[in-house]
Every structure is written in structure tokens, then in C-alpha cells.
Design a protein around this ligand. Structure first.
Ligand code: URA
Length: 190
């Protein structure tokens, strides 16, 4: 990735670190902007930081995050340092409630900027909030899975939120694994 894009991403991150666009800024401990690299073709977009992410300042480090990270490694062969991870919302909603539409709109400048600058070919949307934002559809994850959506020039694959797999058991995990194999196939085709 060219250095000017990396610089612009850094500026966007600096802006997010002092953001007060919505009320989540009053209750967060850390802004969780991203982790991973920009050089590979995959961007993973989750919902919002949970307690562990809010504590560490990194996405996908709690129980749910560890599950999706392991599944990506097992199904696509990529360790978490090899792709870019972010969330729709950069600050933790209190008690891990779902982010509301005001918060999603306030934070959209960051996700839109990240995706434009990264210009990634394949985006994995994790859970309903990310899936709806990225596909602009208002349906369930179940009905958005099993097809490749387009967002600008990028291909978007939708999968369940790992918290659902932690509650819902092996069938959900198997479905997630199958979604990840679709992502792997798209990356191989690059
Ligand atoms: N951790 C995150 O950072 N985002 C999620 O969507 C789930 C877990």
C-alpha cells in the first residue's frame, strides 16, 4: 500500500482517538480503531468493541474475537497479523448492547474512510450490524449468507457473529466455517 494511504489512515485513526461525535465517547476506555496489516486483500469488519477490546484497545481479542480469529486461521490459513480487522463502531456500547443508528451514523466516517483507503478486494462482514451496513440490506444474516455481495469494487461475504456460535453451538460454527471457505476461494482467485 502506498505511503500516502498509510499516512491518511494514520490521520483518520488520530481523529478517531479524540472523537466525541456520539455519547459512547463518554463511557469508553479506549478507542478501538484496527489491527493487522494493510497489504493483504482481506478486511474483517465486526460490530463493536466488547469489554476486552475496550480494555486493550484492539479488536477481536475477547472470547468471540478469539473464536473468529481461530476459524479464519483454520479455514483460510491466515493468522491475525495477515489481514486488517476493524469494527463498525470504534467505542464500546455500555453492557455490550447493540449500537444504535445514531452511533452507527456518527461513526460511519471512520469505516468509510478505512475501506476507501484500504481498497481491499474482499471484506468479511461479521454479524448482523456489519452485514447490514456493508450490504445496505435490512434482512437477517441467515438470508445474506451464501452469496457474494458487491460494495464498490469489493466483494462482501457475510457470516454470523461469533457470540452467536458460542451460544448456538457447532451448527453455527460449521456455517461460519463454510462462509470462511468462500472468503478463502475469493482470495485465491485474486
Ligand atoms: N470483538 C470485536 O472487536 N468485534 C466484534 O464484533 C466481536 C468481538
Amino acid at each position: 500500500m502506498e505511503s500516502s494511504r498509510i499516512h491518511k489512515l494514520q490521520l483518520l485513526e488520530n481523529e478517531a482517538r479524540s472523537c466525541q461525535r456520539c455519547d459512547l465517547s463518554a463511557t469508553r476506555n479506549r478507542v478501538v480503531f484496527s489491527s493487522g496489516v494493510h497489504s493483504y486483500g482481506l478486511v474483517v469488519v465486526g460490530e463493536a468493541p466488547g469489554a476486552s477490546e475496550d480494555r486493550d484497545g484492539l479488536p477481536f481479542v475477547g472470547r468471540s474475537g478469539q473464536l473468529i480469529t481461530r476459524l479464519i486461521e483454520e479455514e483460510i490459513g491466515l493468522a491475525r497479523d495477515n489481514y486488517y480487522i476493524t469494527n463498525v463502531i470504534k467505542c464500546r456500547p455500555p453492557s455490550n448492547r447493540k449500537p444504535n443508528s445514531v452511533e452507527i451514523a456518527a461513526c460511519s466516517v471512520f469505516l468509510t474512510g478505512q475501506l476507501e483507503l484500504l481498497n481491499s478486494q474482499v471484506i468479511l462482514a461479521v454479524g448482523e450490524v456489519a452485514a447490514r451496513v456493508l450490504t445496505r440490506l435490512k434482512t437477517s444474516v441467515g438470508s445474506m449468507r451464501g452469496q457474494v455481495h458487491a460494495m464498490g469494487g469489493a466483494k462482501v461475504v457475510v457470516t454470523y457473529h461469533p457470540a452467536y456460535a458460542l451460544r448456538g453451538g457447532k451448527a453455527i460454527e460449521q456455517a461460519m466455517r463454510s462462509d470462511l471457505r468462500v472468503v478463502g476461494g475469493l482470495l485465491d482467485g485474486e
